[in-house]
Design a protein around this ligand. Structure first.
Ligand SMILES: [Zn+2]
Length: 284
C-alpha cells in the first residue's frame, strides 16, 4: 500500500470517537518499532517527522523508510511533516513524497497565520496531501524550539473555529494545556476548549505533547473531540533508557545491534500501549 493522507482515517476516527496516534520517527529503529506495533494491532498511524529529524535522517531516507513500512504492512500510514515552519519546507516535503504536512504558523499573528496556512492548504490539496494547522502556542521544548509557560497561550475557541472556517485544514492543533517534552507534574488540560472547538468544526482536534499525559486525561480528551494524538518523548525515553541499561550492564558491548534490539522492543511496547489507549486497534 502507498502512503495515504490523514483524510484516509481521521474522519472515521472523529465519527468513531477514537484517536489515531502520530508517532515521531527519529531513525530506522523508531520507524520499525512503530510499524511493528501497528501491524500487531491492525491500526492506522501517522509517522511524524520534525524539521530536526528531517535534517538528521535526510529527506530521501525518511520517505524511503516510510514507504517501505507502508508496503510491508499494508496499513494506512501517513507521512507527516511535524511543525513545518514555512511554505517552502512544506512544499519540499510534498515533492519528496510526504502525504501530509503541518504548517505551524502559531508564532505569527492570527491573521498572518490564517493567510499562510491557507496558502499551504491550497497547494497541498491540489496534490492530495492533508494539512494540520496550529492555533495558540504549545509550551515545552521540541527540537531546538523552546516555549516557556508564560508564552504558551491557550487557544480561544471562537478564534479556532474561525481559523478552521477560513483555512479548511484537515485537523487542527490547539493549545489546551499540554506541552512538548517531559512534564514536571500533571498537565492541566482544558477539556472545555477541546469540546467547544470540536463541536463546531467537522475535523478532529489534535493533541500535541501526548507523552506523559495520564491515561484518564487522554480518554477524556478523546471523548471531548481529540482525533489525533502526538507521541514522541515517551519513545525517546524508552529507547534511551534501554540503551543505557544495556551499556551499564556490559561495558564491553560494541555491536550496536546488541543494544538497539532491546531499545526497539521497548518502543514497540510504548506504541502498542498508546494504540490501545487511543482506541485505534483494528481500525486499519
Ligand atoms: Zn507538537
Amino acid at each position: 500500500m502507498a502512503l495515504v493522507s490523514m483524510n484516509d482515517f481521521l474522519p472515521k476516527a472523529k465519527a468513531g470517537k477514537y484517536a489515531v496516534g502520530q508517532f515521531n520517527m527519529n531513525n530506522l529503529e523508531f520507524a520499525q518499532a512503530i510499524v511493528e506495533a501497528a501491524i500487531e494491532l491492525n491500526s492506522p498511524f501517522i509517522y511524524g517527522v520534525s524539521e530536526g529529524a528531517l535534517k538528521y535522517m535526510g529527506i530521501e531516507f525518511t520517505v524511503a523508510i516510510a514507504e517501505a513500512a507502508a508496503k510491508k504492512s499494508g496499513l494506512p500510514i501517513a507521512l507527516h511533516l511535524d511543525h513545518g515552519s514555512s511554505f517552502e519546507v512544506a512544499m519540499k516535503c510534498i515533492r519528496a513524497g510526504f502525504s501530509s504536512v503541518m504548517f505551524d504558523g502559531s508564532h505569527y499573528s492570527f491573521e498572518e497565520n490564517i493567510r499562510l496556512t491557507k496558502e499551504v492548504v491550497k497547494a497541498a490539496r491540489a496534490m492530495g496531501v492533508s494539512v494540520e494547522g496550529e492555533l495558540g502556542t504549545i509550551g515545552g521544548v521540541e527540537d531546538d524550539i523552546s516555549v516557556d509557560e508564560e508564552h504558551a497561550n491557550l487557544a480561544k475557541p471562537e478564534e479556532a473555529i474561525r481559523f478552521y472556517e477560513e483555512t479548511g485544514v484537515d485537523c487542527l492543533a490547539i493549545a489546551v494545556g499540554t506541552a512538548h517534552g517531559m512534564y514536571a507534574g500533571e498537565p492541566n488540560i482544558h477539556f472545555d476548549i477541546i469540546e467547544a472547538v470540536s463541536k463546531a468544526i467537522p475535523v478532529p482536534v489534535v493533541l500535541h505533547g501526548g507523552s506523559g499525559v495520564p491515561d484518564e486525561m487522554i480518554r477524556k480528551s478523546i471523548a471531548a473531540g481529540v482525533g489525533k494524538i502526538n507521541v514522541n518523548t515517551e519513545n525517546q525515553v524508552a529507547c534511551t533508557e534501554s540503551i543505557r541499561a544495556a551499556l551499564n550492564k556490559d561495558a564491553k558491548i560494541y555491536d550496536p545491534r546488541k543494544y538497539l534490539t532491546p531499545a526497539r522492543s521497548a518502543m514497540i511496547e510504548v506504541v502498542k500501549s498508546k494504540i490501545q489507549l487511543f482506541g485505534s486497534s483494528n481500525q486499519a
